[in-house]
Design a protein around this ligand. Structure first.
Ligand SMILES: *Cc1c(COP(=O)(O)O)cnc(C)c1O
Length: 348
């Protein structure tokens, strides 16, 4: 086996959902966001495990993702689509029983004309200025919408990962102003919003990253391990160079391992400057440039000859790796390449 082995722990995903579910009152439902192929971990497998754990409402970004999820889950769970009712999507929305979150007057008109009896929800913009109806648009169509009977009204927080950011309270206040008194289920919180406390929970929460073990859910169980097979080991004399551009030069007699994953597998090139891999608990520095399919590692200081080295493991979690690349756990997970040999542990 020459490609990296990516082990995805479905029990950890389910446990993370249970832990987030336990943070809100029993009357609040906890959904699950499985967009971008379940944050890179495989939407079908993740969503089936979450269904077993008790999830009844799923969220995806695009209609096509909803179609694939419906195929994986069968008819029962509700599947909401954040991008709403796009031109050309009507048949998929109808045939696959998807619930578009309409984002604009344009989408609202399209939905009510094309599928007047089909479930829908509304996304409101409370300040993020990314998706959702503006407050003035909402006030103009609120009566029409409420007559049609939406499944859900939602908005999304821009700064929920910073608990003290004043934007959280501003968006909460605006969401209340736009929705108080309406007979419709409401949703405001993703992972960060759940952690902000009960004022943010409303009727339904929409965690994504916390399920997959990422910040801001610090108490999350890690869900992935990435082991990279060693392809080759060689000994270098002092003064010999390693990799493209000769960026690293051995200063001593060096044992060098070449392992099988590179930037084409989501191990960003920028990582080459400061990342380690692990042999058990022993740290070994990556040296030289990350190339497309390989990393080179200084293993001089470990006593054994490793067959594999770990780059995501208990000693270097997803967010630690992300920090070294100047990014966030979300991007590391969704960049995990499709060349890995993927193994699922736990329930399916
Ligand atoms: C991605 C997304 C979520 C999930 O956010 P996390 O931070 O991953 O929990 C929830 N709602 C919307 C609208 C999103 O785009």
């Amino acid at each position: 086996m020459s490609t990296g082995k990516l082990t995805i722990n479905l029990d950890a995903v389910a446990n993370n959902w249970r832990a987030l579910n336990a943070k809100s009152h029993i009357t609040v439902q906890t959904g699950a966001v499985v967009k971008a192929d379940g944050y890179g971990l495989g939407a079908a497998r993740v969503a089936r495990a979450l269904t077993t754990a008790g999830v009844r409402k799923f969220f995806v970004a695009f209609t096509e993702e909803g179609v694939a999820l419906r195929d994986a889950l069968g008819p029962t769970p509700e599947i909401f689509v954040f991008s709403g009712h796009m031109s050309g999507d009507t048949d998929m929305i109808a045939d696959m029983a998807l619930t578009p979150m309409v984002n604009s007057l344009n989408q609202l008109t399209r939905h009510l004309e094309a599928l007047p009896d089909h479930p829908f929800g509304v996304q409101l913009d409370t300040g993020m200025n990314r998706l959702g109806m503006e407050p003035t648009e909402w006030l103009a169509v609120q009566q029409i919408v409420m007559q049609a009977g939406p499944q859900l009204v939602m908005s999304h927080l821009a700064c929920a990962d910073e608990p003290d950011h004043p934007m959280n309270q501003q968006q909460l206040t605006r969401f209340h102003e736009l929705t108080d008194g309406l007979q419709v289920p409401r949703s405001l919180a993703a992972t960060g919003g759940i952690l902000l406390g009960p004022d943010f929970h409303f009727d339904l929460t929409r965690p994504g990253i916390g399920l997959y073990g990422g910040l801001p859910f610090e108490a999350a169980e890690p869900t992935v391990r990435l082991e990279l097979p060693v392809i080759q080991i060689r000994d270098l004399e002092p003064g010999e160079s390693v990799g493209y551009g000769n960026t690293w030069i051995a200063e001593r007699l060096t044992r060098l391992a070449t392992v099988s994953a590179g930037y084409a597998d989501g191990l960003f090139r920028v990582l080459g400057e400061n990342v380690n891999v692990y042999c058990g608990a022993d740290k070994c520095p990556v040296v030289g440039r990350v190339s497309m399919d390989a990393l080179t590692v200084d293993i001089t200081d470990i006593s054994e000859t490793p067959r594999t080295l770990d780059i995501i493991c208990e000693h270097q979690k997803v967010d630690a790796l992300a920090g070294l690349a100047g990014t966030i756990g979300y991007e590391v997970l969704t960049s995990l390449g499709n060349r890995y040999n993927r193994r699922y542990s736990g329930r399916s």
